[in-house]
Design a protein around this ligand. Structure first.
Ligand code: FAD
Ligand code: SF4
Ligand code: SF4
Length: 452
């Protein structure tokens, strides 16, 4: 029995750092069939326990094995409205694939790559997933068009509800559009998913800041229910001297400018003044996305992370891709001051080395500064990728209950306000696409129950 997975093909590292095209090519028909054939079609499929939206994994893989991709797509669509996205960006190695029985003695089935294959084939062949039910005569407003809002909208529209999404940015998709770079998630794929929602009758109103143009109270009056999927887009900073210098950005800003506004092009309305050497501070997926984007702009791009490589919170695969692309990892280091010239432009950083300590209760090893290690590094750009928290502009003038950490408090998905529901990063803090989708699904169900 062959226990090795069919490896996906990638663009060569030295070529891909010169473009923003997708790094992974995705399985072709032959590779998908070969990988699907490894699946044991377990009667009690452990893999499904690892999928937050409970996709019938063996059933869709069976569809691939039998050459019935339409059936495979229908099976996935019953549980997920964004399969082409999840197949690409879900942390599968920690979810469905981590539970696959084949992983006990060999390599787990590449469930994510198979899901992506089916979803891409569905786009190419224009399979129609679901026909909406008859109209039920109820209206729901969704605030935010990220995966939580899109999923909630999709499930409600399929059930015959009139759904309007309000989005503050000029394009729908949330982090899928403005955060995750093209080379991991092509924007045409996100647009196709958004278009399929429109086909279900969902109306999307962009450039509408809720809390400003309209308040939650207005939406409560105009709609039967409201769902808040406003995400966690507020970046954190370190609070060190020099952080207000000209070339210090949050990773979110750099990624938004590159992904949404084409800011890397000289003719862009808000171009990025890119430097020669950039340090991205942090070690998560957002840091990897920022540093790899900068590398593609021709910048000498470094990660500076205060723990060791083993502790990097980013997906292993993304770290491997970053290493192959020539990203420099300055690990066990932390900046303590950003140095500037007389025009407040970044010229370098004062940095200390860090020493790893024992693991704390959360299993992560603590770090302390090495007092004799203060040194300087030269750079002309510093990017902070230290995590984000919810930006509650939408909640202005509402007395919705928030936790000590500023997260929207929910029971199920119901907030403290009448007929207002919430889910995704605005409730959990920065998490994952699939968890936001799960919350959107749950909210749709609870909204329908409350209105029936
Ligand atoms: P969001 O996607 O943040 O969407 C919220 C939307 O609400 C936004 O479009 C915002 O503009 C809009 N909004 C906010 N306030 C208002 C307002 N007042 N009025 C109207 N609209 C408003 N997760 C993964 O699973 N895999 C990955 O590989 C991955 N990579 C990531 C890379 C980056 C750079 C980032 C930033 C995150 C990444 N994540 C990843 C996390 C994932 O994208 C988020 O957990 C997910 O998008 C959260 O979904 P959401 O719908 O709750 O919020
Ligand atoms: Fe796995 Fe994510 Fe697909 Fe679920 S949605 S099967 S967790 S890749
Ligand atoms: Fe197939 Fe693995 Fe799921 Fe079993 S656990 S059905 S082998 S994907």
């Amino acid at each position: 029995m062959n226990d090795s997975k069919v490896k996906g093909r990638l663009q060569d590292a030295d070529v891909r750092v010169t473009n923003f095209e997708e790094v992974e090519f995705g399985y072709n028909d032959e590779e998908a069939l070969q990988e699907a054939s490894r699946c044991l079609q377990c009667v009690n499929p452990r893999c499904m326990k690892g999928c937050p939206v409970n996709i019938m994994i063996p059933e869709f893989i069976k569809g691939i094995k039998e050459g019935d991709l339409k059936k495979a797509y229908e099976v996935i669509s019953r549980s997920s409205s964004l399969p082409a996205v999840c197949g690409r960006v879900c942390p599968q190695e920690k979810q469905c694939e981590s539970m696959c029985v084949k992983g006990i003695k060999g390599e787990a089935i590449s469930i994510g790559s198979l899901e992506r294959y089916v979803a891409d084939q569905a786009i190419i062949n224009q399979f129609n997933s679901v026909v909406p039910a008859e109209k039920v005569g109820k209206k729901v407003a969704i605030v935010g068009s990220g995966p939580a809002g899109l999923t909630c909208a999709g499930d409600l529209a399929k059930a015959g509800y009139d759904v309007t999404i309000y989005e503050v940015l000029h394009k729908a998709g949330g982090v899928l559009t403005y955060g995750i770079p093209e080379f991991r998630l092509p924007k045409s794929i996100v647009q196709k998913e958004v278009d399929s929602l429109k086909k279900l009758g969902v109306e999307i109103k962009c450039d509408v800041p809720i809390g400003n143009a309209l308040t939650i109270a207005d939406l409560q009056q105009q709609y039967d229910a409201v769902f808040l999927g406003t995400g966690a887009g507020l970046p954190k900073f370190m609070g060190i001297p020099g952080e207000d210098a000209n070339q210090v950005f949050s990773a979110n800003e750099v990624l938004t400018r590159i992904n949404l506004m084409g800011g890397y092009q000289e003719e862009a309305k808000t171009p990025i003044k890119k430097g020669k050497t950039a340090y991205v501070i942090g070690g998560g997926n957002v840091a990897m996305d920022a540093v790899r984007s900068l590398k593609r702009l021709g910048v000498d791009a470094h990660i500076m992370y205060r723990r060791s490589l083993e502790e990097l919170p980013a997906r292993k695969m993304e770290v491997e891709h970053a290493v192959d692309e020539g990203i420099v990892f300055d690990i066990l280091k932390n900046p303590v001051e950003i140095l500037t010239d007389d025009k407040n432009n970044v010229v370098g950083m004062k940095v200390v080395n860090m020493i790893l300590g024992e693991a704390g209760e959360d299993g992560r090893r603590g770090v302390t500064e090495d007092p004799d290690s203060l040194h300087t590094v030269d750079c002309d750009m510093v990017i902070m990728a230290l995590g984000t928290s919810p930006n509650h502009g939408a909640l202005k003038d509402s007395d919705i209950a928030l936790s000590d950490k500023g997260l929207i408090v929910v029971e199920g998905t119901k907030t403290s306000l009448d007929s207002v529901f919430a889910g995704g990063d605005a409730v959990t803090g920065a998490a994952t696409v699939i968890l936001a989708m799960e919350a959107g699904k749950k909210a749709a169900k609870e909204i329908m129950e409350s209105l029936s």
